[in-house]
Design a protein around this ligand. Sequence first.
Ligand code: ARG
Length: 264
Amino acid sequence: MTKTILMCEPTHFGIEYEINSWMHTDNSVDSVIATKQWQDLYGIYTRKLGWNVKLIDPVKGLPDMVFATDCCLIKDGKILLSSFRYPQRQPETAHFEKWFHENGYTNTKLSEHLFEGGGDNLVCGNKILAGHGFRSDPAAATEMREYFDCEVVSLKIVDPNFYHLDTSLTVLSDDTVAYYPAAIDEASQKRLKLTIPNIIEATHEEAKGFGLNAVSNGKTIVASNESESLLNKYRAAGFEVIGTSILEFRKSGGGAKCLTLEMS
Ligand code: ARG
């Protein structure tokens, strides 16, 4: 299945502030390596998979704009724009909104609650798995329910190293999810098990490699190659896997999925 994706080149990417446990301003990014890792991911999407990748111009002073998935959640042609928790990221939304409107995506609404788009919210078939705890407000789930008119399963994140849901949970197909259980509380783990028929569990070690921060079209999975054992679990479940390094982006708490806004 071909996908349409929006990405933002890492021209201005860096660690300029600390808003999650991975970020340390003294652990600076090697721009040459970051650019290569980003280009490799872009090449996997465009050349290997033949997906349609669109680009938004990076903006100086917005080092995290490269994590395009965080700007909104898109479902059935409707776009709910993010209201970022931290002031450092709040200006990103207007740039993405402008891009959407200039490119014919006019069905947008700004979230009324703290809401970090694809960072915390994952579409799974006709449902949305919605994380809260560190960034998004639980009230955003109610707003999504109304706006997208679908079931929203609320999951409480409890481990600060996995501050966004997409760092500890990935939707591999409409009925298969992989996740690191201890990143969310026990009640949320139960809710997830009641909702999703096939669940692959990752260890803490595997999760730290950012292979759960994955992009899948239901057949092929693109993810960090840091943890081969996790990629092997994906293969054993019948998926094709393309591993790639994203380590410069992990310095900011991000991986392959964070760099990728899935538009369709
Ligand atoms: N430094 C960024 C932040 O803390 C990383 C965001 C990664 N995005 C994601 N979808 N997990 O906001």
